[in-house]
Every structure is written in C-alpha cells, then in structure tokens.
Design a binder for this molecule. Sequence first.
Ligand SMILES: Cc1cc2nc3c(=O)[nH]c(=O)nc-3n(C[C@H](O)[C@H](O)[C@H](O)COP(=O)(O)OP(=O)(O)OC[C@H]3O[C@@H](n4cnc5c(N)ncnc54)[C@H](O)[C@@H]3O)c2cc1C
Length: 367
Amino acid sequence: MSDCLVVGGGIIGLSLAYELSRRGMAVTLVEQGEWGGQASSAAAGMLAPLKEFASPGPMVDLGMESLRLYPQWAQELEEVTAGDVQLSLEGLVTVALDEQESEELRAKYLWQKEAGHDVHWVNGKELREVEPLLTERAVAGIYSPGEGHINNRLLLRSLVTACRLQGVTLLSGCVVSGIAAEGGRVVGVETSSGPIRAGHTVIASGAWAGIMMKMLDVAIPVRPVRGQIAAVSSEGIPLRTVIFGKSGYITPKKDGKIVIGATEDESGFQREVTLAGLASIFQGVMPYVPALHAAAFLEAWGGLRPATADGRPLLGPVPGWEGLSLAGGHFRNGILLSPVTAKRMADYLESGESGQIAPFLPSRFLS
Ligand SMILES: Cc1cc2nc3c(=O)[nH]c(=O)nc-3n(C[C@H](O)[C@H](O)[C@H](O)COP(=O)(O)OP(=O)(O)OC[C@H]3O[C@@H](n4cnc5c(N)ncnc54)[C@H](O)[C@@H]3O)c2cc1C
C-alpha cells in the first residue's frame, strides 16, 4: 500500500508525485489516459504571474514564489532525466495600442512597482527596441525582464521520467470510478484496474475534480473553461520576446514555433477547435506583429482549464473526509504554479500544517 495516491497525471499530479517521492514517500499516480494528455499539454507554457494577476494578493505571491522556484526545479529535472525543458526567463512585454489601454496598464505597473517587482514602464520606441517586430501602433507598455516560458510538453515528459526513476508507481490508462471510504476516512479509489489503497489520496484531476468530489457528495465546484490555441512557424519571423496584448499572446518558442492564443470559452467538456475560436485567436494577435500575416500555420488544439468560482486553486484537505486532499483548480496558470503547488502540498502532507495553503483551502467553498 502506498503512503500517498495521486489521481490525475497532468502537470499538477506529476509534480506532486515527484516531490512526495523525493521526500521518501511511497507514491502511486493514476491517469485515465496519457500522461499530461489534457490541459497540461495544451498549455502555452507561459510563466507570467505579473501579467496574469490583476491586483496584489495571494495569487501574485504564489505565482512569484513559483517563478523563483523554476530555475532550480528545471535544472534538477534536466539533470535527473538528461533532457532539456527549454526554460526561458528572458522577459516579456505587455503592450498598449492606444491611450486608454495605456492608462489601464499604467495603473497595473504602478502597484507592481510599488510592491517591489522588477517591471519597467516603456514607451513605444523602447518597446520596439526590446522587440523590433512590434507594430508602430504600440504606444507604451510594461517590460518585465524576469518572466518567460517553458516547453510544457518537454517538462511533462521529464516529470514522467523523473517519477519513474524515483520509484513512483505509474498507472496510465487507469480510470478512477469511485472513491473508497470507511466511515469518514478515504482509504483509496476504485479503478478500471481494480481497487487501489493508500494512506492518503490526493485528487489532482484537473477539470474533472468537481465530478470526483460529487462521488462523495462534496460540492466543490470546478468547471472546464476551454482554451483554443495555435502554432505558426517562426521562419522569417525572428521574434525575441513574448508579447501580451489586450486579447491574446504571442510566444516565440525555442523549437521553431510561435504559439499564439488563446480563447476562453465554455462548452462543457468539449475541447475541439472551432472556426470562431481560430478567428478570435488570429484577430487578437495580428495587430501586434504585422509580420504574422505571412506566418505559415502549423497546428491548433484545445484544452480544458480547471476553473474555480474565485479564480484561486484548491489546495489542501477536503472537509469531512480524513485522508483526502485536493490539488487543482489552477485555471490559466497550472504550469506556472506546479513547483509551488508540489512544494506546499508536500509540506502540508508531511506536517499536517495548513498555514502555507490557507488562502487556497477547499473549505472556503463549504459552509
Ligand atoms: C489553451 C491553454 C493555454 C494555457 N496556457 C497556460 C500557460 O501559458 N501557463 C500556465 O501556467 N498555464 C496555462 N494553462 C493552464 C494549465 O494548462 C492548467 O492550469 C494545468 O494544465 C492544469 O493541470 P492539471 O494537472 O490540474 O490538469 P490536467 O492537465 O487536465 O490533468 C488532469 C488529469 O486528470 C486525469 N483524470 C481526470 N479524471 C480522471 C479519472 N477519473 N481517473 C484517472 N484520471 C483522471 C485527466 O485525464 C488529466 O490528464 C493553459 C491551458 C490551456 C487550455
């Protein structure tokens, strides 16, 4: 019997399983499909807490801590697995195309600066020095030199290898169909391959976490928010920097692709790419980099972000049930938040202390 069973082999489940195993626990990780086959491989891999969170508070703090953890986390995974994860923390720009957008951005810049973050207010000319392919229409923006991106698909591959080398029991193609409880204590799960028992069970099943909570009549809502996203070839478009605009982002990757995205639309558990979705992605980004009009289209895909009602993740014990925790609801930022989630959840599971995860406890949704 494992000390800990983790349900869901996305970035969150894999990161947590690896961290717990590093700390000496016997861990089993169960995934219904392929490792990272859902939201985690659909992501753009952006590591951008200052761009993502609109106001100061626990999300910015969590995101910044995770960003700080990334270089060592990535280096360790690269050493352990002898594979590159293409971490790039070389900065990004958030761009305003008119005075109104500029005013909105400026307000954001001011609180970030006051909080001591490494951000710079830049005018249109300076923006084009950072990124020469930016449109002449760019009037001002925020340059944030410490944010960036990673190749999330390579990161997932590395984590699977690292878990395997660390001795995690990895079960893919194994569907969890029920949660096993004795009295008020969860003792494991029922699966398509039979029962699995463990000292503690962590649900890290992404957009499906709410469904799993319903198995125990616990009403913690997690809903899928589709993201449609595309890649074009970087040939002839030598972008240097990640660009965020009002309704889209442009990420030059190290593998010859430029990833552009993404929609936020709700269609239940459907993750198809629609023509409306594609149109909105391309219309959202082309004004920022005119050279993109000539880009060769490569592919488009969709994924389901796990969203909570207040935009914060769910980390920690499930009230009313001993031996059961949640690690999910990371919405647009699960790749960014994976190292800090693994660390804080592992700290909690080792010590029983929930102070570090207090703003994210699932109990906030239960009266
Ligand atoms: C288009 C798009 C772009 C994004 N861009 C970024 C970005 O740039 N930066 C960033 O930080 N984040 C980004 N995100 C968000 C990020 O992808 C998610 O927050 C993150 O992947 C969530 O990870 P997860 O492990 O919780 O979920 P998932 O990756 O969805 O993993 C959950 C796993 O649980 C499994 N599962 C579900 N039910 C069961 C069951 N019954 N039995 C067994 N297994 C089960 C699923 O098969 C799945 O593999 C993006 C998301 C999308 C869709």
